[in-house]
Design a protein around this ligand. Sequence first.
Ligand SMILES: Cc1ncc(COP(=O)(O)O)c(C=O)c1O
Length: 411
Amino acid sequence: MQQTFDTEAVRAEFPALSRLHGGKPVAYFDGPGGSQVARSSIDAMTRYMQRGGANLHGVFPTSTETEEILADTRNTCAAFLGAEPDEVAFGANMTTLTFAIARALSRTWEEGSEVVVTELDHRANVDPWISTAREKGAKVRWIEVDPETLTLNLKDLDQKINANTRLVAIGLASNAVGTVNDVAAIAERAHAVGAVVAVDAVHAAPHLSIDRDAIGADVITCSAYKFFGPHVGVTAIRRELFESMEVHRLDPAPAHIPDKLETGTQNHEGIAGVKGALDFVASLGNGDSLRERLLDAMRTVEEHETRLADGFRVALREIPGVTLYAAPGGARKTPTVAFRLGGRAPLEVCQHAADHGFFIAAGDFYASTLSRRLGLAGSGGFVRAGLAPYNTEEEVEGLVRVLWGLVGGGP
Ligand SMILES: Cc1ncc(COP(=O)(O)O)c(C=O)c1O
């Protein structure tokens, strides 16, 4: 049976939605910067700390329970991404994990090697690769973004990804403008020349169902604070690659996967919270297995968010002076809406919205290459309003009204 989306039931699971600002309820449109946290995640973290935490490898209950929590979360993340549990490693955040993975993978690069990055990506999936490439004398090639369609230009992909390519780094979706990339097509070309594909799923994870194998990701990394959990990074690395990777680690630390990438003591309460967040996601879907429930849930979330975002984009276009930055109608997008309003600085627009209880953000959001290509880098970047499962049609209408207020009119 297909489950319909019950926004009120979803909202009841987010304690932060009861917050007031200036006496008005807060409408959170800043999910792309970090979502609010689901009650099940908060409860899991609190429970872990209240019942007694411990380090690993002890023979006493708090230690064995901690190991069980880590194993449970690994299983759940594997089901979320379509990977195997022992391919999943935790870390501080996506950026830190990606630097560690880049340092490890680049050990085998040399002069003449090439890595490919994109102009659409968040710099967290660019700079770790280009800085390690530089250290090794490897060449960096860029897949360009088409500034009209805000999609990647794949026309010369066969030259960009060639026999010298060792790694292709690509985002599943743009955190600035929401474009969903055709990662499978790029991965197919990368694999044909024996290159590794590293996918940044940070922005996509709260909005789309993810099938690591279907998109051809050898490395796929996301961050739980974007999908209703705490600040913990999660990566899944294909087993053969992970086993062969020579990571930087302390000598006495485990040398086997996935532990070898998890430097130092992990954020145990945070990892407990990651499972709590995914338990919330799974509760939105139907199916016999956890994987099926998560896939069904994300399909429902995408449907709900796309409907709201489509309406939001239509309403925005009617406001005089609005420039919308979005891939054309048919292109798959997350519900992340980037725009400018006349000659107003993005920060001024955000301040006006915040004064009315609508939390939206301004800047280039580290998608700084894109912002430069669009000529927005020197003038404050974009205004970004991102939708989450807890946003309602009334909130979208309210935000549109508040934006109209800036141009002196109304729908
Ligand atoms: C698309 C994308 N990639 C990477 C990152 C960096 O993630 P983290 O903060 O976990 O390092 C972000 C953060 O906003 C992002 O949106």
